[in-house]
Design a protein around this ligand. Structure first.
Ligand SMILES: NC(=O)c1ccc[n+]([C@@H]2O[C@H](COP(=O)([O-])OP(=O)(O)OC[C@H]3O[C@@H](n4cnc5c(N)ncnc54)[C@H](OP(=O)(O)O)[C@@H]3O)[C@@H](O)[C@H]2O)c1
Length: 435
């Protein structure tokens, strides 16, 4: 039986999952592939650290050259995360003529061109299925399943932590800070939650999705990003009253050749399938010219789900190696190599909006707000004003939803409204997506 040797950079959650999956399913993988995949070396920072899986200590090293200079190792798995040294090691692997599988969205979102160019020069492959939605094979579906189709729109929930916190806030009517603390204690959120709750992780994943779906470079600066820290339980309750759920969405659309890409919490109708994607689950909903609507759903993170995606990449590369056609896959990873399509600025967005005003309960305040909105061509769909409070100078909540309006106008109207003497808190804005 043929053997294909691989080297692991990292033996944390995902690395351990890969070792376990390759061992638990060794026979099935071997029979499907016609070769045995063998872990030959593993790079870590701390050699003596207790591990989630048992590995032969002789395989573990702190020297990256032990992997990169080993001629038997054909595929290197980058499961370290972050920027350097991960990027440096991936480039080193390409220079040594090795194929690379990575789960690192930051690397792909920020250095895709450099990495794909380096892989192409050496005629080797770069695969990164686990970088978006963990075990859900969404990149493979976009790249292979929809290879003949034209994608018009993509909506997704691609960060489990972001979704878990909003789900808990919704189901248990609890505040963001409290739910975040609990998620950190239970290991669902990092000690530094910014990557998740400020939307950076989803931002990186959307850049990868946009590049594959629309065949363009997708610089992070072209993609609007907003997190969930500003959402209060009261917003979730009002959304519910209007028939919506607030979901941490990534949205990308091809509007007459120009790409609109944004990451922000969004009010979506409760009846939508995406509205029931809760907890740590991920989903991507795609609208394409020929297939119509399709949705990809499952566990977006975790040791074993993520390992499934990494090992599926290993198998794809092994098949190319065994067919004596290595390097062909890198070309497949880009649909349109060096194209830079134009992107919409967030100011161009046409959307419906939800505003929550905190105002002093004085006569004429609502008329003043409506007046400013009207001056900016923003027409009101619904208004809910909290009942009058004892002692007229206490703030009350006024919630407004609008018909379609232009984001540029909305920002300018809210800036003016926030300066009114009777407005006591910065107005909260959320976008509504309905069709
Ligand atoms: N966890 C998930 O569910 C998930 C899902 C999708 C994608 N990903 C991506 O998968 C990658 C790995 O994530 P993870 O959760 O497995 O991370 P992790 O648990 O923190 O593991 C990282 C591993 O890399 C090693 N490492 C870190 N810096 C190193 C360095 N400079 N030199 C050598 N080894 C180094 C660590 O060694 P020590 O153990 O010795 O410290 C550790 O074994 C990341 O890109 C992440 O974004 C993760």
């Amino acid at each position: 039986m043929k053997k294909i040797a691989i080297g692991l950079l990292g033996l944390g959650n995902v690395g351990s999952g890969v070792v376990k999956l390759l061992s638990d399913n060794a026979d099935a993988i071997e029979s499907r592939l016609g070769a045995r995949v063998e872990v030959k070396r593993i790079l870590v920072r701390e050699v003596d650290k207790p591990r989630l899986v048992e590995v032969d200590p002789a395989l573990v090293t702190r020297e990256v050259s032990d992997l990169l200079h080993d001629p038997d190792i054909k595929i290197v798995l980058e499961l370290i995360g972050g920027d350097d040294p991960a990027r440096e090691y991936v480039l080193g692997a390409f220079a040594a003529g090795k194929h690379v599988v990575t789960a690192n969205k930051l690397l792909l979102a920020t250095h895709a061109d450099q990495l794909l160019d380096a892989a192409e020069q050496k005629n080797v492959d770069l695969f990164y299925e686990a970088s978006v939605c963990g075990g859900v094979p969404v990149l493979r579906a976009l790249r292979e399943g929809l290879a003949s189709d034209r994608i018009d729109q993509l909506l997704g929930i691609v960060n489990g932590t972001y979704n878990y916190i909003l789900t808990k806030m919704t189901d248990e009517r609890r505040a963001f800070d409290e739910v975040l603390r609990e998620a950190q204690a239970q290991g669902y959120a990092e000690a530094d939650p910014a990557l998740d709750v400020d939307g950076h992780d989803a931002h990186h994943k959307l850049a990868i999705l946009v590049a594959l779906s629309f065949g363009t470079r997708a610089p992070l600066g072209s993609i609007y990003r907003e997190g969930i820290r500003h959402i209060a339980p009261v917003d979730i309750q009002y959304a519910d009253r209007f028939g919506y759920k607030i979901k941490p969405l990534v949205i990308a659309r091809d509007i007459d050749g120009r790409i609109e890409a944004r990451v922000h919490p969004t009010l979506i109708p409760k009846r939508w399938l995406l509205a029931s994607v809760d907890g740590v689950f991920n989903a991507v909903y795609v609208s394409s010219y020929a297939l119509g609507h399709s949705m990809y759903y499952g566990r977006g993170a975790g040791m074993m789900p993520t390992a499934v995606a990494v090992v599926s990449d290993i198998i794809e590369i092994c098949r190319d190696i065994l067919a004596h056609a290595p390097g062909t896959a890198s070309a497949r990873m880009r649909r349109s190599p060096r194209t830079q399509r134009p992107f919409h600025d967030i100011g161009d967005l046409a959307s419906r909006y939800y505003f929550r005003f905190s105002v002093l309960d004085r006569p004429g305040v609502l008329a003043q707000i409506a007046g400013v909105l009207g001056e900016h061509a923003i027409s009101i769909s619904e208004v809910v004003q909290e009942g009058k409070r004892e002692g007229g100078e206490r703030p009350v909540t006024v919630v407004v939803t609008t018909h379609m309006a232009r984001e540029r106008n909305v920002q300018s109207a809210l800036a003016q409204i926030n300066r009114l003497a009777s407005v006591v808190e910065r107005t909260r804005l959320l976008r509504i997506l309905e069709s």
